[in-house]
Design a protein around this ligand. Structure first.
Ligand SMILES: [Zn+2]
Length: 245
């Protein structure tokens, strides 16, 4: 019973899930892709379209036949997007990607980031983590007016990270960790969800089946799942790009 409980918080070991002894592996796959943004309520749970079930956060999407789900603990939001329409059908390609090689590539990318940047979770240095700062205004009678406002440095985010470029010692605003796959750039955080899916489903080869260009939506096939990822087109010198396939 202990395993069943830990399943609920997503900590069940992959092997138990893979063997189908516990839980519903396809429901877990949907969880990797559904949105968390409270402003996009319709994407905070999976939804049905024709004979498919879909989960998306607008950056990544997974779609498979709904009969693969063992149990359904959600309802389609009435404003769920027409997701099938975004899955590319043109630009047919036939590219095989070895999952183990991709995993090694991601680890290489993580190392490249660690070599270039020091990332420290800390309290915001301007408000000491309170999220608010005081502004003082002195009027013509020398009377002081004090207003407490949201700290402009951290904007009252509880997790503040200081990113320092090791070579120069400069603090930077942020960077993207990007991996390059056949000339297309992907954010590693989204790409990793596809790798997790492959591991959960014991898939050793991921296929790219459709892409009109290196910057258009890519359609991947991972076992019974169709996964779409949007390549990154905005990047700058701060970003870390690692060629992994
Ligand atoms: Zn602050």
């Amino acid at each position: 019973m202990q395993n069943r409980n830990s399943k609920v918080d997503g900590s069940t070991s992959a092997s138990l899930v893979q063997n189908g002894m516990l839980g519903d592996v396809y429901r877990d796959v949907l969880r990797l892709f559904q949105g968390t943004d409270p402003l996009r309520e319709a994407m905070q749970q999976p939804f049905f379209q024709d004979e498919f079930v879909i989960a998306t956060d607008a950056h990544k999407l997974v779609c498979f036949k709904k009969e693969l789900l063992k149990n359904i603990d959600f309802e389609s939001h009435p404003k769920a997007p027409n997701a099938l329409a975004v899955i590319p059908t043109e630009g047919i390609v036939d590219i095989d990607l070895d999952v183990n090689a991709l995993i090694k590539g991601i680890s290489k990318s993580n190392k490249a980031v660690a070599k270039r940047y020091k990332v420290v979770e800390c309290e915001c240095p301007d408000c000491d983590g309170s999220g608010f700062v005081d502004y003082v205004f002195e009027d013509h009678k020398r009377k002081k007016h004090e207003i407490e406002e949201t700290c402009p440095t951290c904007e009252n985010e509880t997790d503040f990270t200081m990113i320092t470029e090791i070579e120069t010692g400069n603090d930077i605003e942020g960077f993207q960790e990007l991996i390059k796959i056949h000339n297309s750039l992907f954010d590693v955080n989204h790409f990793e969800k596809m790798i997790e899916t492959a591991e959960m489903l014991n898939v050793i080869t991921i296929k790219i089946t459709n892409k009109r260009s290196d910057t258009s939506i890519h359609k991947f096939v991972v076992g019974e799942c169709t996964i779409c990822l949007v390549p990154v087109t905005n990047f700058d010198d701060c970003d870390v790009v690692t060629n992994i396939a």
